[in-house]
Design a protein around this ligand. Structure first.
Ligand code: ZN
Length: 158
């Protein structure tokens, strides 16, 4: 198998960390996808079927990348969005690995791999684009109820 080597050391993104730092901060699975452009198996990720309202952040750096508003059911096994949260939150790279001609999507802030974007598939979304993103590259922050930390709850009412 032909593993593409990432030889470029400086990417010029706002948040640069050494490979050792990333290895320390991320789980092995996160590292494999985010830093080595791996792909999680379809229908196994946390968010492929999620309809929760919220903002999807970059799992590596916390940058806000996508929202539930642009998420749609593509039934491809990965979370799919028809647009990023805003222009410039992601960057695009031509990816010709694996014998395919694809456009890779990376976080514009930390250059972590997110997934790929496909076009013209006829999904009937406003852009006709499908940002096919690994769940493990994202972290959903729900917007309706504030995310509560584990508290003993009710027992201590004043
Ligand atoms: Zn990031």
């Amino acid at each position: 198998m032909n593993t593409p080597e990432n030889t470029s050391k400086t990417t010029g993104v706002p948040l640069e960390k050494s490979d050792a730092q990333w290895r320390e901060e991320l789980t092995p699975d996160e590292y494999r996808v985010l830093r080595q452009a791996g792909t999680e198996r379809p229908y196994t990720g946390e968010y492929w079927d999620t309809h929760t309202e919220g903002v999807y952040q970059c799992r590596a750096c916390g940058s806000q990348l996508f929202t539930s508003h642009e998420k749609f059911d593509s039934h491809c096994g990965w979370p799919s969005f028809w647009a990023p949260l805003a222009e410039g939150t992601v960057r695009y790279l031509h990816d010709r690995t694996m014998g395919m001609d694809r456009v890779e999507v990376r976080c514009a802030n930390c250059d972590s791999h997110l997934g790929h974007v496909f076009e013209g598939e006829g999904y009937g979304t406003p852009t006709d684009q499908r940002f096919c993103i690994n769940s493990i590259s994202l972290r959903l922050v729900e917007s309706k109820e504030p995310v509560e930390s584990k508290e003993p709850a009710e027992s201590e009412r004043k």
